[in-house]
Design a protein around this ligand. Sequence first.
Ligand SMILES: Nc1ncnc2c1ncn2[C@@H]1O[C@H](COP(=O)(O)OP(=O)(O)OP(=O)(O)O)[C@@H](O)[C@H]1O
Ligand SMILES: [Mg+2]
Length: 265
Amino acid sequence: MADRPVIEVEDVHKSFGDVHVLRGISFQVSEDQTVCILGASGDGKTTMLKTLMGVLPPDSGRVRILGEDVYGLAGEEREDLRRKIGVTFQSGALLNSMTLAENIALPLEYHTELDDDTIATMVKIKLQQVGLLHAANLRPNEVSGGMKKRAAVARAIAMDPKILFYDEPSAGLDPIATASLDKLINDLKTSMEITSVVVTHEMESVRRIADRVLLQYRGQVLLDGTLQELLDSPSERVQRFVRGDIESMAVSSTMLKAYHQDLLM
Ligand SMILES: Nc1ncnc2c1ncn2[C@@H]1O[C@H](COP(=O)(O)OP(=O)(O)OP(=O)(O)O)[C@@H](O)[C@H]1O
Ligand SMILES: [Mg+2]
């Protein structure tokens, strides 16, 4: 088991009705790595991530997490594996009626038998880890976008997961908040030995956090390698993505749409 990849994806296919979104995706992620999934909007990155999380079974193919067939497990075994995985969704998804501390306590209350004092201490540790101890008693609508993202990360790490999935963690954040979130992602990798899969379109983030990148194109893996290999790739399609992505950081949504059409030509 020593060198077995933490995540193994084998020829995964997924359709929604007539739309064949994932068309034979295979890749592996080793322990303690951060892998960034890149690709055009609508290509199926969130779909891929949900398939990895165990919430969206593929039509065919296999997903193994920590050596276990994610969709072959049931009951207690499935719950055990689920506890080793932390997720932050594209929208953040904190409950507005609760404080940040209460939001972070939720998974601990749900998954453990710990008493209230122990949970309160653990919540404090998590808040401290993401730099939000001072905001424990604020509600999500009383904090900034960057703080919300950090709180979502604190909730995702509440159960000390081995693996974290992030869907567009820096969407809607300014460059400074993005850099600070990237630092948090890197800190968690070092301090908690977490393996991460991050869907992002921010090339600056990729530069800072990625050990490896996976470029998804039309539901398949177009490139699987280091950022340098992506940048140096002789493939015209890859280069179009790289150019488009860097430009897209400063362009309007109409231009973005044109770029996506261009990419799909
Ligand atoms: N539950 C669903 N039912 C039907 N179609 C879906 C469902 N989820 C996703 N799709 C479709 O699958 C395709 C891929 O969607 P997905 O959200 O995975 O893309 P994405 O790469 O994450 O895009 P973005 O970068 O905009 O977040 C889209 O055409 C979408 O409409
Ligand atoms: Mg998405």
